[in-house]
Write a protein that binds this ligand. Structure first.
Ligand SMILES: Nc1ncnc2c1ncn2[C@@H]1O[C@H](COP(=O)(O)OP(=O)(O)OP(=O)(O)O)[C@@H](O)[C@H]1O
Length: 375
């Protein structure tokens, strides 16, 4: 896409916001001070009512934080100290909601033109046909919103947001209103957005799977405060946060495509702990050696041995060191492992942990049964 390198998000996004509603026992206060990557997807995650939407609205200028400071792509949208407050319509942002709010009396093309008209030609950083191509809606341009599926409507809403050449894309549960099949259909488009657009995307979701798949960075909110913020991989494996002990506990590996094994149809991904071979599943796009890849490994898909088994169908056996052992109070033990600087999780039975006499600092081999490619 034609976002110039200067906007290519070298500048982090800053959001300091305090917003209070009500004065009774029901009162709610959002109080955050965040510095976020200026590129890629950052997810806001947390229980219902923790302030995710309020935070997006504060950044958009739909709430007036006091105090507040918002900086995006090197521009200041709010700074109380300097007396700066840009109203929402002056902030170059796109806002995508759960329900696509398209104009029903206009065709798809008419809706897109509306987004385009908001921006003077000199400030256009994205061409309409690029937005159309990116969201795969070229064949829908003459339809009315009522003639679109829910997923198509959402793709048009995103293309319309992009047509206004935003420097920031805000997405508030954009998949929540869609059924599972439509969600699966839409996810690759979201992945394209973050891969091909050099702008930050702030993404609110209730679905941890969605967050892990799309967001390299995560902000965990609780009761209006930031409980934790950082790379998704780091937060997922932290034992003081709710993810690691959950049913779908997992680790994320940041690696690089080292080779493509065409004989066996496998991708070879190198990371700090060695090499992982994985099956390029789903509608995988063509891959290039050297590109970055994120992999997800569920704790329940990792078993441990003290020496590599000679006869096994498991391709990925990674040397690792035990970092911690946490019993869940029943029959399971969660083992955190260091594999060349990357944290992996393994869930084994308490009995197995006892039989292997697992201890912190011990060298083991992690047998990885399943690997999912995230982008
Ligand atoms: N305009 C308002 N006036 C009063 N209270 C509000 C207002 N907007 C939000 N709240 C309250 O602020 C709190 C945070 O709401 P918010 O919508 O930001 O939460 P959320 O994390 O996005 O929730 P959900 O996941 O359910 O969408 C809630 O307790 C909500 O009731």
């Amino acid at each position: 896409m034609n976002y110039p390198a200067s906007i290519a998000a070298a500048e982090p996004l800053e959001a300091r916001a305090r917003v209070s509603f009500g004065v009774t026992a029901e009162a709610f206060t959002l109080d955050v001070d965040l510095e976020l990557p200026g590129q890629g997807v950052t997810a806001f995650f947390g229980p219902s009512g923790c302030g995710k939407t309020t935070l997006l609205r504060a950044i958009a200028g739909l709430e007036h934080p006091d105090p507040g400071r918002v900086r995006v792509g090197g521009d200041t949208w709010q700074d109380d100290g300097a007396g700066i407050w840009l109203p929402t319509h002056k902030r170059p942002l796109g806002y995508v909601f759960q329900e696509a709010s398209l104009f029903s009396h206009l065709s798809v093309q008419g809706n897109l033109d509306f987004g385009l008209k908001r921006v003077p030609t000199s400030e256009r950083r994205i061409a309409l046909d690029q937005a159309i191509e990116l969201l795969g809606i070229g064949h829908l341009l003459y339809r009315r919103p009522a003639q679109l599926s829910g997923g198509e409507r959402q793709r048009v809403a995103i293309a319309r947001a992009l047509a206004s050449s935003p420097r920031l894309l805000l997405m508030d549960e954009p998949l929540a209103a869609l059924d599972a099949a439509r969600k699966t259909e839409l996810l690759p488009y979201f992945e394209r957005l973050q891969r091909e657009l050099a702008l930050p995307i702030l993404y609110v979701s209730h679905s941890l799977d969605e967050v892990v798949r799309l967001a390299a960075h995560l902000v965990l909110l609780k009761s209006g405060r930031v409980l934790a913020a950082g790379s998704t991989g780091n937060l997922l494996t932290r034992l003081d946060l709710p993810f690691a002990l959950g049913e779908n506990a997992s680790a994320v590996i940041e690696g690089e495509l080292a080779g493509i094994d065409t004989d066996w149809g496998l991708l070879q991904v190198r990371f700090g702990g060695g090499m992982i071979q994985c099956v390029p599943v789903g509608g995988s796009r063509p891959r290039q050696v050297g590109e970055s890849l994120r992999l997800r490994i569920l704790a329940r898909d990792v078993s441990l041995t003290l020496s590599p088994a000679p006869d096994t169908s498991i391709l990925n056996v990674l040397p690792a060191v035990v970092k911690s052992l946490t019993e869940d109070g029943t029959s399971q033990t969660l083992v955190t492992l260091d594999s060349g600087g990357t944290t992996l999780l393994a869930r084994v039975t308490r009995k197995s942990a006892s039989m292997l006499q697992l201890a912190v600092g011990q060298r083991v081999f992690a047998q990885v049964k399943g690997v999912a490619i995230l982008d």
